[in-house]
Design a protein around this ligand. Structure first.
Ligand code: GLN
Length: 494
């Protein structure tokens, strides 16, 4: 029998429906792969029974001749930023240790309602702050990929959804949820040779998702290919009255709308994304992407996004500002950790809990955020950054008058080694240079694999779309996917 963990979401769904294999067999196969992959540290909590229960329900529904749900038989991984009822949820932070939500996030509930089951909670950068998974309080995830001849240096799976990217790339699950505040779906997807899409801000409910920067946070799927992303996003998205920024719109049938033809479409190439010191390999990747989309029938146009260079600094003011406010709720009273030194008062408890519970990157962001929001500096930093954000959104608006989608590299490099950038926050933040502008503008954006670098590591191409045009993004992604023929995968060493 074929190894069921080699199958993606569409193939599993169709196979279960056709009776080629059972949903329970699928769940068991992924559970076994997870049990054998502890070395990757991708899962913080394993929930084999959750996956099996959903699988049994799918098999029973089929046996009873009932219509199967859209994700019946599909087991997935859940980023640990999503609250899951009765299952420990920590956002990979010590401060949430011991927290077991009594409620389910809307996105995870939507997935269960669609028939999916959960294999476990995935490791991540603490509170989704980071680009390498090294800020997790529970040890970093190790990418399944290794450099061809660079020794065995363990590589970063990207961040913050690095447990998700590593798990999909290592065949521990056919798809996983991610969240993207400034690139955390797209960059880890690029680092591990998989696909991931961040939808338009407001498509996926934020309710029950632990907040990092509320005006930027969006959930999205990470999976083997574009079709699987479309299937999973359809299940995750949708209006939710419990999130005030949720968009009151029907969920389009993205899978049914998939088409790799770019005939009549214009693809914009933003000249400002050709940053100083960009490796030649990234430029070559970009050129290949341009040629593929041309081959698919697109017209290529040059566009300008003049405020691009201010996006990263603006993001690293706005995101910490919102984080400093969102994280104020972790005080030792309501959730998780409580450090109550002998004879201590309330203020001492706050201080002790936070000092012990938050990791250093989280503390850095809280301090930056508090500073830029403080009375004397609010206008100089926060208000300025918000103005820049508006200008960036306007840049995109203007560009989309002459093109339908934009094509850029996803990240300025392939995966780096663990430890390589962790001592230098600025070097780490530079990873987000291509992903942050579309986050600030709330636009849908996706990464698809575009090939390998000289060391044999995956590189990703990013497609950015107009507001609500996930279909255009997915279709351009499919056009690239069909031409890139990306079949490389990590050799199994774990
Ligand atoms: N790497 C970025 C940051 O550290 C993005 C994180 C994210 O999208 N969650 O803020």
């Amino acid at each position: 029998m074929t190894d069921l963990t080699e199958l993606g979401i569409a193939a599993i769904r169709d196979g279960v429906r056709a009776g080629t294999f059972s949903a329970v067999e699928v769940a068991e196969a992924f559970n076994a792969n997870i049990a054998a992959a502890k070395a990757l540290n991708a899962f913080l909590v394993e929930t084999p029974e959750h996956a099996l229960a959903a699988a049994r329900a799918a098999d029973a529904a089929r046996a009873a001749g009932e219509e199967l749900k859209p994700l019946a038989g599909v087991s997935i991984g859940m980023k640990d930023l999503f609250c899951t009822a009765g299952v420990a949820t920590t956002a990979a932070s010590h401060i949430l240790e011991g927290f077991t939500p009594t409620y389910e996030s809307t996105v995870s509930q939507n997935l269960w309602d669609a028939g999916a089951g959960m294999l476990g909670k995935l490791n991540m950068d603490q509170f989704a702050m980071g680009s390498s998974n090294e800020t997790s309080a529970f040890g970093n995830v190790i990418s399944p990929w290794r450099r061809k001849d660079g020794g065995n240096a363990p590589l970063a799976p990207g961040g913050s959804s690095g447990g998700s990217s590593a798990a999909v790339a290592a065949r521990l699950c056919p798809g996983a949820t991610g969240t993207d505040t400034g690139g955390s779906i797209r960059q880890p997807a690029a680092f591990t040779g998989i696909s991931g899409i961040k939808p338009t801000y407001g498509r996926c409910s934020r309710w029950g998702t632990i907040a990092f920067a509320s005006s930027l946070d969006q959930a999205g799927p990470m999976a083997r290919d574009v079709r699987d992303c479309a299937i999973m996003l359809e299940a995750m998205a949708g209006f939710d009255a419990k999130d005030s920024t949720s968009l009151k719109l029907d969920v389009p049938r993205w899978e049914a709308g998939l088409s790799p033809s770019m005939a009549g479409k214009r693809v914009g190439i933003p000249k400002e994304y050709r940053v100083d010191g960009m490796p030649a390999e990234i430029e070559a990747l970009w050129q290949r992407g341009i040629a593929w989309l041309k081959d698919a029938g697109a017209e290529i146009v040059d566009v300008s996004l003049p405020h691009t260079k201010y996006a990263l600094p603006a993001y690293y003011i706005i995101a910490p500002a919102e984080a400093s406010s969102n994280l104020a709720r972790y005080d030792g009273v309501r959730y998780g950790l409580r450090d109550l030194p002998q004879g201590a008062g309330l203020q001492d408890m706050y201080a002790a809990t936070r000092a012990d519970g938050f990791g250093s990157e989280v503390k850095r962001r809280i301090m930056i955020g508090t500073y830029v929001l403080s009375a004397g500096f609010y206008d100089a930093y926060y208000t300025q950054a918000q103005k820049v954000r508006t200008l960036i959104a306007r840049d995109f608006q203007a560009a989309f008058e002459t093109c339908d989608v934009l094509l850029t590299p996803t990240a300025p490099s392939a995966a780096f080694a663990l430890g390589e950038k962790s001592a230098d926050p600025i070097a780490m933040y530079l990873n987000d240079v291509f992903t942050v502008p579309s986050s600030l503008a709330g636009l849908p954006a996706m990464s698809v694999p575009g090939g390998l670098d000289e060391a044999g590591l995956p590189l990703g191409l990013q497609i950015i779309g107009k507001p609500l045009d996930e279909q255009g993004v997915l279709n351009a992604g499919l056009a690239i996917e069909e031409r890139a023929g990306f079949t490389a995968r990590a050799g199994r060493w774990w």
